[in-house]
Design a protein around this ligand. Structure first.
Ligand SMILES: O=P(O)(O)OC[C@H]1O[C@H](OP(=O)(O)OP(=O)(O)O)[C@H](O)[C@@H]1O
Ligand SMILES: O=c1cc[nH]c(=O)[nH]1
Ligand SMILES: [Mg+2]
Length: 209
């Protein structure tokens, strides 16, 4: 069964509080999502393999650690996942980026896929699917199925805020996928919004309504 990690670093929690606050405007919301994404990227890459390399310091020859060249792919779910890409690329600048376009039908709450474009070598990459919100889990579930249908072998999911309902869907449908969260909230309301949540992530990021 996939593991669930709540990244409870104080800086992540502090910034999340201002992201949730309805008085935080678009500019500040965007900046905070960017900063939290970078901090989460730091945590999610904790287990990247290292290898030894021989170098010369000004004093002597020594062996030191470098990344073992694991290839990473970021896959934001459009639109709101886009807000998390730049922060992650600050720490993982060589990552390739694929896009999955999905929106949640407001009546049925079912995801509708409208776009997909992925790096050709996704089968050999460690893929990190990113979306601020994991609500019913329909969108992330659909995105991960799309990636696996196209050859993805290693997938992780990273979200700012999740509802227990969405986490359960991913655990059942994708037991091989570990989930990294900024917070695990209480539940969904009758319209499928996470409570307490942060509202509509895409609208708050892009200033739409
Ligand atoms: O877990 P779910 O119930 O599927 O809900 C979560 C999805 O809803 C939001 O996207 P939305 O449909 O609002 O599209 P947008 O990013 O274009 O605003 C969010 O960014 C997730 O992709
Ligand atoms: O709370 C929610 C649920 C789905 N999508 C959002 O943007 N927010
Ligand atoms: Mg939205």
């Amino acid at each position: 069964m996939g593991k669930v990690f709540v990244l409870d670093h104080p800086l992540i929690q502090h910034k999340l509080t201002y992201i949730r606050d309805k008085n935080t405007g678009t500019k500040e919301f965007r900046e905070l999502v960017d900063e939290v994404s970078m901090l989460m990227a730091f945590e999610i890459t904790r287990d990247l393999p290292l290898q030894e390399k021989t170098i010369e310091t000004p004093v002597m020859e020594t062996k030191a650690s470098v990344l073992a060249g694991k290839k990473i792919g970021l896959v934001p779910i459009l639109r709101a996942g886009l807000g998390m890409v730049d922060g992650m690329l600050d720490l993982i600048p060589a990552a390739k980026v694929g896009h999955v376009g999905l929106y949640r039908d407001p009546k049925t709450l079912k995801p509708v896929e409208y776009y997909i474009k992925l790096p050709s070598d996704i089968h050999e990459r460690e893929l990190i699917v990113i979306d601020p919100m994991l609500a019913t889990g329909g969108s992330a579930n659909d995105a991960i199925h799309s990636l696996k249908n196209r050859g993805a072998k290693h997938v992780r999911l990273m979200c700012l805020i999740a509802a227990p309902e969405g986490v359960e869907v991913i655990k059942q449908e994708h037991p091989d996928v570990d989930i990294y969260l900024g917070a695990l909230d209480e539940k969904l309301d009758e319209k499928g919004y996470i409570i307490p949540g942060l509202g509509d992530a895409g609208d708050r990021l892009f200033g739409t309504k």
